[in-house]
Design a protein around this ligand. Structure first.
Ligand code: FAD
Length: 385
């Protein structure tokens, strides 16, 4: 079976490694001409780490990952710790430590694992069509390729999705903008092995450790879609939006590098259950664009990759059966994560201010049990459970 994969993001590359592992002939095509991931880091929760381990990347992932021993919530204005608890019960329950990792390093790890020289860069797909013998992809440079299957891992604005669904779909603005970047660990902002989150007024500021003494940081700022922003002005914008917040937050704003701080409007997509048309399938954000509020979009893409591997292995002589098995194993689980993230997003960002105030009160009496239960519920249910 020959698989053509469109997109060399974390979903496409995980799928490429997974399919190569079971002996498929795999080709990867990526529109950009070099490895330039957007965004600073992601938290790869235990389900994602298990997928990377399954792809043979256990030691590499652990080497890139930050150690999160504890988690805390801090009152935005007083700087008082609302709750702090160990992550160990979560690790014990799911059997795997989560790892926050730098995006560029995760991307490079996956590219090397698949084979950097085997990625066809600078190939922008402009159309995909199914056929009785093969599916065909056409690129902007006029060339075409065919595959027994075509996997569209072409991200949130996926063209493959448009083909599979027969029409473009509208993504939904989630109501906030996320500023993110990397800084050196600073104990004045948060302890070196803690995921620290400041909350107040429907906003949040978080730091979590990644390898090499760095924090991944992010600020969530609710605002209307399409507000003007000049790159490089993050410090001024954040100082204004977080005036009066605790000293740790002010310190983070002083420390961050405005030139490398990213600003992303957060969108998602209503879950849909048609992921396959003939020999063509979607995977990753193309199939389930998720807000980052539970840190599961990328993990879900990795789960897709493993599920696709299992389906292709089980139905190695029937591409239609393989893709049908892939689809039926994934759409409900991935859609559930989209909706869980959306609910979390609404509470965190004060869509209903009373519900958010109640959550802040809950945090003051939290011993970790409820939060860990929620995270475990996100983590379990994938192909490696
Ligand atoms: P992408 O990473 O978008 O890759 C798609 C690739 O396809 C790109 O390289 C693109 O250039 C290429 N492509 C697109 N169109 C074409 C075309 N026509 N032809 C050829 N190539 C094409 N997830 C987590 O698990 N944990 C987190 O903590 C987390 N935090 C996040 C924080 C933020 C602020 C955001 C925005 C997202 C976060 N996510 C997180 C989600 C995660 O980033 C995505 O789910 C993940 O990147 C999806 O990977 P993908 O490979 O499907 O898509």
């Amino acid at each position: 079976m020959k698989a053509v994969i469109i997109g060399a993001g974390m979903g496409g590359l995980s799928a490429a490694i997974a399919l190569k592992q079971i002996g498929l002939d795999v080709e990867v095509y990526e529109q950009v001409t070099e490895n330039k991931p957007v965004g600073a880091a992601i938290s790869v929760w235990s389900n994602g780490v298990k997928c990377l381990n399954h792809l043979g990347l256990e030691a590499e992932t652990a080497a890139l990952g930050g150690i999160v021993d504890t988690m805390s919530y801090v009152d935005a204005f007083t700087g008082e710790t609302m709750c702090r608890f160990s992550m160990q019960p979560l690790i014990d329950e799911v059997g795997q430590r989560p790892y926050p990792v730098a995006r560029a390093e995760l991307q490079l790890m996956l590219m090397k694992a698949y084979g950097m020289e085997d990625i066809n860069f600078g190939k922008k797909m402009i159309s995909v069509t199914d056929g009785p013998e093969a599916a065909t992809v056409e690129f902007a440079d006029g060339t075409t390729v065919t595959g027994d299957i075509v996997i569209g891992a072409d991200g949130a604005k996926s063209l493959t999705r448009e083909y599979v669904l027969g029409a473009p779909v509208e993504r939904r603005y989630a109501g906030y903008v996320n500023f993110n970047g990397l800084v050196e660990v600073d104990e004045a902002v948060g302890p070196a092995t803690e995921w620290t989150t400041y909350v107040g007024d429907g906003k949040r500021v978080s730091v979590m450790p990644i390898a090499d003494n760095r924090f991944y940081f992010f600020f969530d700022v609710p605002m209307p879609e399409g507000e003007p922003y000049e790159r490089g002005t993050a410090r001024e914008v954040l100082a204004e939006n977080f005036a009066g917040w605790a000293p740790g937050v002010q310190r983070l704003i002083e420390k961050l590098n405005p030139a490398t701080t990213n600003r992303v409007e957060i969108l998602d997509l209503d879950p849909f259950h048609t992921w396959v048309k003939g020999r063509v399938a979607v995977l990753g954000d193309a199939a389930h664009n998720t807000t980052p509020d539970i840190g599961q979009g990328g993990c879900s893409a990795m789960e897709d990759a493993v599920a696709l591997q299992f389906a292709c292995k089980e139905h190695s002589d029937d591409v239609y059966a393989a893709l049908a098995a892939y689809e039926s194993s994934r759409t409900e689980r991935a859609g559930d994560l989209v909706l869980r993230a959306r609910r979390r997003c609404d509470v965190t960002h004060a869509k209903d201010p009373e519900a958010t105030a109640a959550w802040y009160d809950e945090l003051r009496s939290e011993d970790g049990t409820r939060i860990i239960r929620g995270i475990v519920a996100n983590i379990i249910g994938g192909p490696l459970t």
